[in-house]
Design a protein. Structure first.
Lengths: 258, 852
C-alpha cells in the first residue's frame, strides 16, 4: 500500500439530484450486478427499496408536503467506506480489506459467505447474495480506480450530484456548498459523513449533503461501528468469565467438602 | 412549460442545474409536480390543455403593463404592420377568425394578410387541406408575393396594426380568467409574470423549454405560437439565454425533421410537391419562392437536392428529374394512413424505430389498422407489441379477434442498436454530433442504413432490365456508398458527404450560399451544407468547452453554417450595437464593414444596419439592415401570422376535444374549430362540456413518460436494469381523488374512456393537486389523473398501455395526436378479464347514449 495516494471517496450533493437513477444503472452495468426484483414498491418513485447485495447505489425519494409547499427530496445512497469499518473488522477470512485508496472492498474469491459483516454494518449496506451466499457491496469501482478512471456512478451522473475525488478536497467543496445553501435560506442543509458528524465510525469516505435530517433519508443519525466497544466488551467478558471460573472452582471445592 | 425536462431530458437538464447554480431562476408550470418541479424555484399546477390561457394571460400582462421591450419590438417584429381591414378576430366572431368555412372546417386565410398584400392564388385550392407543403413549416413567408414592405405605423397607435390587434385579442386573458381556466391562483400567476418581465430586456434574457406537453394537443402548434409572441414581445429571440427550446423526445428527432420522415416535406424544409399544383419545376418554384429573404434562393436548394439524388440523370432538359419526386394527393400523415389500413386501402407498412400500438393514441385503432394490412415489416431490437399484435393484444384477450382471422403477413427483422452503428444525431440545438460504432451488431441484427441500402440493391436487381416508367426514378438514383465491415454496411460518412454536397468542381461545399440553380452544384440537404467542409467530418469535433470560447463552436457542428443561435442579428440594436455588454453576441464592425461576433452572424455578412432596399433588390438585399428574421419575406418576427397557420393568425384559448370545462371565452366555440376529428366506430369520443353525458367521464387525464423507461418501451422494458426501476404501470392521483373514489395506495385502479379500460397500480401522492376551476356558482373542484404510458404486454415489465385510452384528434397544422388532455373515469380495483373488459367499456358507451 502506497502512502502517497490520498483517500478517495464520494461527495453526493442531494440538492442537485434529479432522481434519474443513472447511478444505479451505471453501477449495475459496470459491476455486473444482477436485477434485484421487478416489484412495485409504492414508495414514491423508488422501486429499489434499499442497498443490498444486488443494489450498490440506491436513490431514495421522499415526498414532503409542507403546508402546500411541496418538496420532493432525492438522494443517492451508497456504501460509506467508513474510516472505522466494522464489516472489515469482523471479517474472519480477510475477504474485506482496505485498499490503497482508503476504500473498503470485498474480494469475492476469498469471501466464504459467513455473513458476520452483514449485521456489523451500522448502515445496513453490505448483504449476502442469495444465489451464491457471498457478501457484496460497492467497491467504489476499485478496478476503475486502478486505471485512473472515475467510478461508474459519478461518471454517469448528469448533474454532478455525485462527485468523486480526494475525501479531503471533497469535504472543502461540501462545506462551501452547505454554506451557500444555508445562505440561500435552506437552513436544514447539512453535511453528513465528516468525522465530526459521524464520530461513531470515525467519519465516512462518502459524504452527503442533505436538505433535512439524516433520518428523513433513512440514514442513521449517529452511526456507530459495531466493533467500537469490542475491546472493553472483551475485557468485561474476561472479567465475567473469571468470576464464573472462580465460582465453579469454589463450588467444586465446596462439593468436595461435602 | 409543456415539458418535464429533468425526467425526460436528464442529460440536457444538467445545463439547467448549472444555470441554477449561477443564479438562474427556474419556473415550472405543469399539471403535475414532477422531478423537474422538485428542482424548480417555483411550481404552478395547471389544468392539462389550458396552456394558451396561461401564456395568453402573460401576453396580456405584458401588454397591459407595457412591459414589452419596445426598442426591440418596433423594429424587429411585425407589431407595427397594418393588417387588412377584412380581418376579424375571435373576439368579434365568438371564437372564430374571419374566413371560416363551416362546411369544410377550414379557414380561407386571405383576410389575415397585411394591408395591400396580394393573396397567393394557391389559397384557392384549400379544399386539399394540408397538402400544401408550405403550411407545414414556417411558411417561408411564401404568401407574400409583393416585394415592397407592408404598411407600418411605428407609433403602434393604428387600430389595425398588429400591436393593437394583439392588445384587443388578449384583453380578456386577465389573471382572474387564468385562475378560473387554468386553476393557477392569481397571486402566483402574477408573480410568475413579474419574474419573467424582470428577467427580460437589455441586460437579461429568459428561455422557454417545451416538449410534447405543448405539441400534443388539438391546438398544439398554437401553444408554441403563444410562446413565440411572448418571447418576441420580451425581446428574448435571437439573443443568448433566450429562445424557445423544443426538447425532442428521442435522439435525432430534430434530424428526422431536417431530413424528414414527414410526408409533406423534403430535406431542408423544402415542400413536397402536390399533385394538382406542381406539374412542373417552374410552377413548384414559383409557388414556393418569396421575393425577399433567404428562401428566395429556393430554386437553387431544390435543384441541388435533385442533383444529389439523381446525379448525371438530372438535366436541364428533364427538369432535373423533378418528375421523379412523388406528389401528395391528400393528407398522408400517420392517422389518416392508419385509417386507410383499417379500411383496406393501404396494403403494406414499414415500422422502424417505433412501437405504434403502444406509443400511438388509441391503440385499438392502431391494431385494427395493422390487421387490415397485407404485410407489415417491423425492424426493432426486440419483438415489440406492434410485431406481436396478431397473437398478443388486448383484442385477442377479449376474444374480439383471433390470430386465425388476422391475415397480415408480419416480417420481424432484428435491428442494430445505437452503439452498433456510426452516424450523426442532430439535437434540439440543431447540433450534429457524430457517434462512433463501438461493436459489431450480433447475429442477424443490422443497422437501418444497411437495411435501406440492401433493400434498394435487391429491388434494383429485380428492375435491372425494366423499361417501365414507374421504375425510372429508382434506376436514376445515385448510390455512391462504398460498403465496409463484415456485413457490407454502407459507409455513413459517404452519406454525410452527399448530404453536405459538392460545388461545380467536385469539391465539398462549405456553405449553402454558393448553391446554384443551374445543376452545377449538389446538396442532399441545403441547410446541412458545410457539415463536411474541407473534407472534415465537422460533427465529429469534440474540443472541450473550457478549451474554446463560450459559444463552443468546435463541439460538433450546428446547421446552418455552424451557427449556434438563429436570428442573432436581433442580439444587437438597430444600429448594430449589442443591447448590452452582458448579452453581446454579434455586432456591426464599421471599420471592417461587416458583422462580427462570438457566434456566426445570422445575416448577410456585409449588409449594413442602415441598408434600405432599393428598386429591384431581391433576396437578402430586399430586406432592411434592421430586419433580423431573414427567413421571413418581411424580415420581421411574426407576432401575428398572416400566413402559415391553418387554424388562425393568432392563438386563442380552446378546450381540448374532451373537457369537463366549458370554454371561458366563447359561447359557441368549445374546442379548436379546425382540429381534425375522426368520427368512426373504432374512435368514439367522450362527450365534452355542453354535451349530455359529460359527467360519465368527469376527470382529466394526461399521459407522459418517466426517466426510467424509453417511450413505448422497446429500449427499456426488455432490459432488467431499467425494467426493475419502474416495473409496473401506475396512476398518479391526489389524496382527495383517492378518498372520493376509494382508491388505495399501492393497489389497483381501473381507468375507463370510450376507447378502452386499463388497470394500473394506485400512486396516491400530494404531488397531484385538485384544481379549483370556474367562478361563482360555477366554481368546482377538478381532478387530474397522471398516466405514464410505457407499458405493454411484452418484455420484463408488463402492463396495460395508457395510450389505449386516448382518441384520435389531431392538430390541423402538424397532425399530432392529443395525448396530453382527455377525460376519463376511474374506479377502484382491477379491470375485468376476457370479454368482460369490452363489456365494461360498452356499458359506459351505453350510459352516455342513454343520457343523450
Amino acid at each position: 500500500m502506497s502512502a502517497t495516494i490520498p483517500r478517495k471517496g464520494f461527495f453526493t450533493d442531494t440538492s442537485v439530484c434529479i432522481g434519474c437513477k443513472a447511478c444505479e444503472v451505471a453501477c449495475k452495468q459496470w459491476n455486473d450486478v444482477p436485477e434485484d426484483g421487478l416489484d412495485f414498491l409504492a414508495m414514491s418513485y423508488d422501486n429499489t427499496g434499499q442497498l443490498d447485495a444486488n443494489t450498490w447505489r440506491h436513490v431514495a425519494f421522499i415526498e414532503q408536503d409542507d403546508g402546500g409547499d411541496m418538496r420532493w427530496l432525492m438522494s443517492s445512497d451508497v456504501c460509506k467506506h467508513c474510516t472505522s469499518a466494522a464489516c472489515l473488522e469482523v471479517c474472519p477470512t480477510g475477504a474485506l480489506f482496505r485498499t490503497e485508496f482508503g476504500t473498503v472492498v470485498v474480494q469475492p474469491d476469498v469471501c466464504n459467505g459467513c455473513g458476520y459483516c452483514v449485521p456489523a454494518c451500522p448502515y445496513g449496506v453490505i448483504d449476502r447474495r442469495k444465489e451464491d451466499g457471498r457478501a457484496w457491496k460497492c467497491t467504489l469501482c476499485y478496478d476503475r480506480l486502478k486505471d485512473d478512471m472515475t467510478p461508474a456512478c459519478a461518471q454517469a451522473c448528469p448533474t454532478q450530484s455525485i462527485q468523486f475525488g480526494d475525501v479531503d478536497e471533497l469535504a472543502v467543496v461540501a462545506d462551501a456548498r452547505v454554506a451557500e445553501l444555508q445562505a440561500a435560506g435552506m437552513v436544514k442543509a447539512q453535511l453528513y459523513g465528516k468525522p465530526a458528524d459521524t464520530p461513531g465510525v470515525g467519519g465516512q469516505g462518502s459524504l452527503f449533503l442533505l436538505l433535512d435530517e439524516p433520518e428523513v433519508y433513512g440514514l442513521p443519525p449517529d452511526p456507530v461501528t459495531s466493533t467500537r466497544n469490542l475491546r472493553s466488551m472483551w475485557g468485561a467478558a474476561a472479567g465475567a468469565g473469571a468470576v464464573l471460573v472462580a465460582g465453579s472452582l469454589a463450588s467444586i471445592f465446596a462439593g468436595r467438602r461435602r | 412549460m409543456g415539458s418535464n425536462m429533468a425526467e425526460n431530458h436528464p442529460v440536457g437538464f444538467q445545463w439547467v442545474v448549472e444555470a441554477k447554480r449561477r443564479g438562474a431562476r427556474v419556473i415550472h408550470v405543469d399539471p403535475r409536480f414532477t422531478r423537474t418541479s422538485a428542482m424548480a424555484d417555483t411550481h404552478a399546477t395547471i389544468r392539462a390543455g389550458s396552456d394558451i390561457a396561461f401564456l395568453g394571460g402573460v401576453v396580456n400582462y405584458v401588454l397591459q403593463n407595457e412591459r414589452d421591450f419596445r426598442e426591440y419590438v418596433v423594429p424587429y417584429t411585425n407589431a407595427a404592420s397594418i393588417v387588412s381591414e377584412d380581418f376579424q378576430d375571435t373576439e368579434d366572431l365568438d371564437g372564430l377568425f374571419s374566413g371560416w368555412d363551416a362546411d369544410g372546417r377550414t379557414y380561407d386565410p386571405s383576410s389575415w394578410q397585411y394591408e395591400g398584400m396580394e393573396v397567393n392564388a394557391a389559397a384557392g385550392n384549400r379544399e386539399m387541406g394540408t397538402i400544401h407543403g408550405e403550411s407545414a413549416h414556417g411558411a417561408h413567408g411564401a404568401r407574400m408575393q409583393e416585394s415592397e414592405a407592408p404598411k407600418r405605423d411605428e407609433t403602434l397607435q393604428d387600430p389595425r396594426c398588429v400591436y393593437q390587434i394583439l392588445r384587443r385579442h388578449f384583453s380578456r386573458y386577465t389573471p382572474a380568467m387564468v385562475q378560473q381556466t387554468c386553476g393557477v391562483p392569481q397571486d402566483k400567476f402574477i408573480a410568475i409574470c413579474d419574474a419573467l418581465c424582470e428577467n427580460s430586456g437589455r441586460e437579461r434574457t429568459s428561455a422557454f423549454c417545451y416538449a410534447v406537453g405543448w405539441t400534443q394537443h388539438s391546438h398544439g402548434a398554437q401553444n408554441i405560437r403563444t410562446a413565440a409572441i411572448l418571447q418576441l414581445l420580451l425581446g428574448n429571440i435571437g439573443r443568448p439565454g433566450g429562445g424557445i427550446m423544443a426538447l425532442r423526445g428521442h435522439a435525432s428527432i430534430q434530424g428526422s425533421t431536417d431530413i424528414p420522415t414527414l410526408y409533406n416535406l423534403l430535406p431542408g424544409y423544402l415542400p413536397m410537391p402536390s399533385v394538382q399544383d406542381d406539374d412542373t419545376l417552374d410552377s413548384y418554384c414559383a409557388r414556393n419562392t418569396p421575393p425577399a429573404g433567404f428562401w428566395s434562393a429556393m430554386r437553387a436548394y431544390k435543384i441541388s437536392l435533385l442533383k444529389a439524388w439523381f446525379g448525371d440523370a438530372a438535366t436541364e432538359e428533364n427538369e432535373f428529374c423533378f418528375g421523379h419526386t412523388p406528389r401528395m394527393t391528400g393528407d398522408h400523415s400517420v392517422y389518416p394512413t392508419l385509417q386507410g389500413m383499417e379500411d383496406g386501402a393501404v396494403e403494406g407498412f414499414f415500422v422502424m424505430g417505433q412501437n405504434p400500438t403502444v406509443g400511438g393514441v388509441n391503440g385499438r385503432l392502431n391494431r385494427n389498422a395493422l390487421a387490415g394490412l397485407k404485410w407489415l415489416v417491423v425492424r426493432d431490437l426486440v419483438e415489440i407489441e406492434t410485431a406481436a399484435f396478431w397473437y398478443d393484444s388486448p383484442e385477442i384477450e377479449t376474444g374480439e379477434r383471433t390470430a386465425e382471422d388476422i391475415g397480415t403477413e408480419v416480417f420481424f427483422l432484428p435491428a442494430a442498436t445505437h452503439v452498433e452503428k456510426a452516424g450523426t444525431f442532430t439535437n434540439t440545438q440543431r447540433l450534429l454530433q457524430w457517434r462512433e460504432q463501438a461493436v459489431e451488431p450480433v447475429e442477424d441484427c443490422r443497422s437501418d442504413l444497411w437495411f435501406m441500402h440492401h433493400l434498394r440493391k435487391r429491388v434494383m436487381e429485380r428492375i435491372a432490365g425494366s423499361d417501365k416508367p414507374c421504375d425510372r426514378a429508382l434506376q436514376d438514383l445515385t448510390w455512391p456508398y462504398p460498403e465496409k465491415g463484415p456485413h457490407g454496411d454502407p459507409d455513413p460518412e459517404a452519406v454525410l458527404r452527399e448530404i453536405n454536397g459538392y460545388d461545380g468542381d467536385g469539391k465539398l461545399l462549405s456553405t449553402y450560399m454558393t448553391l446554384k440553380d443551374d445543376g452545377s452544384t449538389s446538396s442532399g440537404c441545403w441547410i446541412y451544407a458545410g457539415c463536411f467542409a474541407d473534407d472534415v467530418n465537422q460533427p465529429a469535433r469534440r474540443r472541450p468547452g473550457q478549451e474554446q470560447t463560450w459559444v463552443a463552436p468546435e463541439w460538433g457542428w450546428a446547421w446552418p453554417l455552424n451557427r449556434r443561435i438563429l436570428y442573432n442579428r436581433a442580439s444587437a440594436d438597430p444600429e448594430g450595437k449589442p443591447w448590452s455588454e452582458r448579452k453581446r453576441l454579434v455586432w456591426w464592425d464599421e471599420d471592417a464593414g461587416k458583422w462580427e461576433g462570438d457566434d456566426i452572424p445570422d445575416f448577410k455578412p456585409d449588409l449594413r444596419p442602415d441598408h434600405v432596399p432599393g428598386e429591384g433588390d431581391t433576396g437578402p438585399m430586399a430586406l432592411r439592415g434592421t430586419d433580423p428574421f431573414i427567413m421571413q419575406a418581411d424580415g420581421k418576427g411574426w407576432l401575428f401570422a398572416p400566413a402559415g397557420m391553418l387554424d388562425g393568425p393568432l392563438p386563442t384559448h380552446y378546450e381540448p376535444q374532451e373537457s369537463p370545462v366549458g370554454n371561458a371565452l366563447y359561447g359557441r366555440q368549445q374546442a379548436n374549430p379546425a382540429r381534425k376529428e375522426f368520427k368512426r366506430k373504432s374512435n368514439p369520443y367522450n362527450p365534452t362540456h355542453g354535451e349530455p353525458g359529460t359527467e360519465v367521464f368527469p376527470y382529466v387525464m394526461t399521459t407522459y413518460r418517466l426517466t426510467e423507461h424509453h417511450t413505448a418501451g422497446g429500449m427499456s422494458r426488455w432490459l432488467p436494469h431499467l425494467a426493475e426501476l419502474q416495473p409496473e404501470f401506475f396512476a398518479e392521483v391526489s389524496p382527495e381523488l383517492a378518498a372520493e373514489k376509494g382508491l388505495v395506495h399501492g393497489e389497483f385502479v381501473t381507468i375507463v374512456t370510450s376507447r378502452s379500460a386499463v388497470e394500473a397500480r394506485v400512486m396516491v401522492t400530494e404531488r397531484m393537486t385538485p384544481l379549483q376551476i370556474g367562478e361563482g356558482d360555477q366554481l368546482h373542484t377538478l381532478h387530474q389523473v397522471g398516466l405514464p404510458y410505457h407499458w405493454g404486454s411484452a418484455g420484463m415489465a408488463t402492463g396495460d398501455s395508457a395510450n389505449d385510452l386516448l382518441s384520435v384528434t389531431l392538430d390541423p397544422n402538424v397532425q399530432i395526436g392529443e395525448y396530453k388532455a382527455a377525460t376519463c373515469d376511474v374506479r377502484p380495483g382491477r379491470r375485468p378479464r376476457g370479454a368482460a373488459r369490452r363489456e365494461l367499456v360498452d356499458g359506459y358507451l351505453k350510459r352516455v347514449k342513454d343520457l343523450q
